[in-house]
Design a protein around this ligand. Sequence first.
Ligand SMILES: Cc1cc2nc3c(=O)[nH]c(=O)nc-3n(C[C@H](O)[C@H](O)[C@H](O)COP(=O)(O)OP(=O)(O)OC[C@H]3O[C@@H](n4cnc5c(N)ncnc54)[C@H](O)[C@@H]3O)c2cc1C
Length: 400
Amino acid sequence: MSAVSEDNADPGTILVALGEDYPEIRASVRRICAGFPMEYWRELDAREGYPLEFVRALTESGFLSALIPAEYGGADLPLRAASVILEEIHACGCSATACHAQMYIMGTLLRHGSVEQKKRWLPGIASGELRLQAFGVTEPSTGSDTTKLKTRAVRRGDRYIVNGQKVWTSRALHSDLMLLLARTTALDQVRRKTDGLSVFVVDIREARGKSLEIRPLKAMVNHNATEVFFDDMEVPAGNLIGEEGKGFRYILDGLNAERVLAASESIGDGRWFVGKATSYAADRVVFDRPIGQNQGIQFPIARAHCEIEAADMMVRRAAALFGANRDCGAEANMARLLAAEAAWHAAEATVQTYGGFGFAREYDIERRWREARVPLVAPISVNLILAYVAQHVLGMPRAY
Ligand SMILES: Cc1cc2nc3c(=O)[nH]c(=O)nc-3n(C[C@H](O)[C@H](O)[C@H](O)COP(=O)(O)OP(=O)(O)OC[C@H]3O[C@@H](n4cnc5c(N)ncnc54)[C@H](O)[C@@H]3O)c2cc1C
């Protein structure tokens, strides 16, 4: 079902589906997830492993290629369908963070790559033969101030020579390709600070061990995070996406879709937590009655449920606007903020409901609580979303 009605009398009207939209997709995702029980994720977390089997199952089902057009072998689905896939994965207690970037990142190549580049990479990405899971933007010294990033790409003949460093590059050790943002014109030589940045597809398989070093980065969550170092790394000029110097705009272009997809994962997380907390509160008897009878336990869970439902509406609104090619920057950012916070509040309520058992590894609450903390910081921190809303929606002065 499309979010936008085709037989609508008024072409300006946008319909937002309520309830369990895309029921077949949801059922199919649940079937896949049933094959990956909590023990699977717990064991991966303990050894910081990559969920290869889960990613393979998703790839084979075609879900990871949801947003790739049919002509390149993808499932050619609207953004809302992709959003449902990610929401359902997380609502089942599984995690798409090992592979969701494939959905976000691919959009830059799809929208701004040449036909030749799309033919070269997209069919392999759609079939799962090629993994485009790594996105190199964040750098240690510049953080959220992306336009100041220091990684340089200098053109020499038919190649670019890249030097610099990235940090927090998730999944780089489990990816064949990396989308890289690097400066091609020095900051003091551009008119606007957003000019002079370029996007490249880096073939990790060719460069690794020579001019590209990838080091695992120990972290609170199993995100397969890495630090990446470029030392005179050669990238063919044919791997430059779009025009040189316009990369920042290309990345910005993909952000609305990314915000909606990330928000959907948080909605799924929130639903999983509320389900766990509700049933534990009903089963756990202390002082001769279920703890869920106490308002101190039930109110935070009920509040989290309300927040998730409200955030879900904003996610649907943003996805519907996106599907109708309407401006959805404000909605996508608000959805992302509301969903991340709702999931976090649900996680907090669940740990409190489980009491001491909330800390026991075998209950999975502590692990998913750690994971639910990430969206408040990455891929963008809550503060920067608020700064966006303050500036672009409310017309307040720019804070960054
Ligand atoms: C698990 C994980 C996975 C990640 N994966 C990737 C990845 O695959 N690729 C990638 O490129 N990056 C990735 N990141 C990096 C992530 O995008 C950054 O951590 C995030 O954008 C914040 O940047 P920073 O850590 O440098 O914080 P900083 O920019 O140093 O900011 C620190 C704090 O200050 C606040 N702040 C800064 N400026 C302002 C301001 N003007 N107004 C108000 N508050 C402000 C921020 O909101 C933040 O809370 C990942 C991070 C994590 C934790």
